[in-house]
Design a binder for this molecule. Structure first.
Ligand SMILES: [Mg+2]
Length: 228
């Protein structure tokens, strides 16, 4: 495969899934679910665990449950000081600079979050574009529309574009459409549930042009050996 474009997930892909931001995001997801349903944190964690497998994101699930104020969710999820939870990683900017292939970000979070994270990590300039949840019609990964918009943005195809993400649900979507995905790290969540009807249906509507596959990498820093 002659890789001409790279599409990167951001959270838990550009930085490791073990720090304060990873934990902060997870805590805010659960507290937001608790607030929306008016239930305890414990109940919210259980309820989300049982339902998230059928949806692209927690937000999509809550919208199916009647949430209309999407901006409330974004404000709850992403307080203005959220970047305080993230540490600058000195090796990340030179690493991204060393990869001479055009790169964009495809994230299921809103742009205000992406802006803060990329600024804190000092890596915004290495990406030609940032596609957030609003730019992907609020559906996000693993809906085909999100990948389609990403491919249109880079001017690439499944044959010349590599997609990197830490969540298997999202690399699966890319693979099901015929692309080559890189599953980063070893904290990858769960696969797309066979009973996630809306997701399965959306993905099966787009017949793959070629057989997709997924390559595992311990971290993005192993990418150069894969590109050789
Ligand atoms: Mg991620």
């Amino acid at each position: 495969m002659d890789v001409k474009h790279l599409i990167f997930d951001m959270d838990d892909t550009l930085y490791p899934p073990c720090g304060a931001m990873h934990n902060g995001i997870n805590q805010r997801i659960i507290s937001g679910v608790a607030e929306f349903f008016g239930i305890s944190i414990e109940e919210a964690a259980e309820k989300r665990k049982a339902n998230i497998i059928f949806h692209s994101t927690t937000l999509e699930w809550l919208r199916s449950e009647g949430l209309t104020d999407v901006e409330w969710w974004f404000r709850h999820m992403h307080p203005e000081n959220e970047a305080d939870e993230l540490q600058f990683i000195p090796e990340l900017p030179p690493f991204l600079e060393s990869i001479q292939i055009p790169k964009i970000i495809l994230t299921n979070s809103p742009m205000e979050h992406a802006d803060r994270v990329l600024e804190k990590l000092k890596v915004r300039k290495y990406f030609d574009d940032v596609l957030d949840l609003r730019k992907t019609k609020m559906l996000g990964k693993p809906y085909p529309k999100a990948y389609e918009i990403a491919l249109q943005t880079v001017g690439g195809t499944f044959d010349d574009t590599l997609f990197l993400d830490d969540l298997v649900k999202y690399t699966d979507g890319w693979e099901m459409l015929g692309g080559t995905a890189v599953l980063v790290g070893n904290s990858n969540g769960t696969k797309i549930n066979p009973n996630a009807k809306k997701l399965q249906e959306a993905l099966s509507h787009v017949p793959p042009t070629s057989k997709g596959h997924t390559i595992r990498l311990p971290s993005i820093y192993e990418l150069p050996s894969l590109l050789k």
